[in-house]
Design a protein around this ligand. Structure first.
Ligand SMILES: [Zn+2]
Length: 407
């Protein structure tokens, strides 16, 4: 019988792809490749919590993992908080969308009344859908507000109706967003319904739709964002050569959204922007952050093995750079890989890692996206690949590329 340990598949701390291939099918190897196998210095094995990004336990994440269905319902309506509406109306909508508004049907469920009928039209069940969508008193106002194309509410499911109207991009009355008018319609219907019950002196306006539109205009005009600060502007960015004697390492990770396969790539250049070496690594299946960190790992590895003792690493992943620059919690799922990169950075050489924008990291991006072409594992290149010729020449003479930024 074959007797093997995990360590038998490792060579200097990384997976020996040839060895894995002798024993395992490709789809299993794909799952293994991006996992960092650990090494001296990455700490002892420990349990981590899988439901948070940093691996430490929280009650909230535990609850969500037990009741995933409830969480997905909750997220359905998360967009409400991003709508441009008066805050009190957002809170009101949140209650409506979660079917918690105290209509007579809801009050009966809670034992607050015996009678679930509509107080306005005597329909036997005052559900939320009846209150806003089907009650003739609401419909009369709705029909006055409606302009043109929207389908009649009684043909639609209540949730669909709410979502469709709140996510609509329509502008009405020469410049009002329809979701604002719609949300205020719901707000006033509820307000007037309650006033009619509790306030003996309340008299319904003869022109209720006008009140809603007027309120919407007043709020909209008072809460307009100052327009100039939202103008995007364009900056020109280019690759910056290192100083004499320093080797620059550009690295990048890539992930295919459909297959989940990840890869990384990178290259070493001198102070003239001249190519020294490059690599591309096919990492199987994983997350984009894993790909970015593996890119930095292999870039550092290649530079060290090539004898450089003064290096600058550039990555366009600010998350990866931040993880390597600061303290990392030991429950982080990628703790072992992060620690390994940090140990390489702290070796006996001058080494820095910094964030650049994608426009300054194009050559590494090309190598990372090519990783799927090559088989599993790392591939080194000593000659310039054809697909890199143009961007290397552009980088060497400082050709800039435009990037749109918020002013
Ligand atoms: Zn009614």
């Amino acid at each position: 019988m074959l007797k093997l340990n995990v360590g038998d598949f490792l060579e200097e701390g990384v997976w020996d792809v040839n060895c894995l291939r002798e024993c395992l099918p490709l789809h299993i190897i794909q799952l293994i490749l991006s996992v960092h196998a650990g090494f001296n210095g990455s700490g002892t094995d420990r349990y981590i919590w899988q439901f948070t990004p940093n691996g430490s336990f929280s009650v909230n994440s535990a609850y969500s993992s037990f009741f995933p269905a409830e969480v997905s319902v909750k997220w359905d309506w998360q967009f409400l908080w991003r709508l441009r509406l008066p805050p009190k109306v957002k809170t009101f909508l949140w209650i409506v969308c979660h079917q918690k508004l105290l209509t007579n049907v809801q009050r009966q469920k809670r034992g607050l009344t015996q009678v679930p009928t509509c107080p306005r039209c005597d329909y036997p069940m005052e559900t939320i859908a009846h209150l806003f969508k089907d009650c003739p008193f609401s419909l009369a106002i709705w029909n006055c507000l409606q302009i043109g194309d929207s389908s009649s509410p009684d043909m639609m499911d209540f949730k669909e109706w709410l979502l469709g109207n709140l996510q609509s991009k329509r502008m009405v009355y020469n410049g009002l967003p329809w979701p604002l008018v719609f949300a205020l319609y719901l707000w006033f219907i509820w307000k007037w319904r309650c006033k009619g019950i509790f306030d003996q002196r309340f008299v319904m306006s003869a022109d209720p739709q006008q009140l809603i539109i007027q309120y919407a205009w007043e709020w909209f005009n008072a809460n307009k964002p100052p327009s100039p600060s939202y103008m995007p502007s364009v900056v020109q960015l280019h690759w910056i050569a290192p100083t004499h004697g320093v080797c620059k390492i550009n690295t990048d990770g890539s992930r295919n959204c459909d297959s989940g396969s990840i890869g990384a790539g990178g290259l070493l250049r001198d102070n003239y922007g001249a190519w020294i070496k490059g690599f591309s690594v096919n990492l199987g299946v994983g997350s984009v952050l894993e790909a970015e960190l593996w890119g930095i790992f292999w870039g550092l590895h290649l530079a060290w093995e090539s004898g450089f003792r003064s290096v600058e690493v550039e990555s366009d992943s600010c998350v990866a750079v931040a993880l390597l620059s600061g303290f990392t919690i030991s429950t982080h799922p990628l703790f072992s890989l992060i620690s390994c990169c940090k140990l390489k950075m702290q070796a006996d050489w001058n080494c820095s890692v910094k964030h650049v924008f994608r426009e300054q990291n194009v050559a590494a991006d090309v190598l990372a996206s090519k990783s799927s072409v090559f088989g599993p594992g790392v591939h080194y290149f000593t000659e310039v690949l054809d697909c890199l010729v143009t961007c290397l020449a552009e980088d060497a003479i400082g050709v800039s590329r435009p990037r749109v930024v918020a002013a």
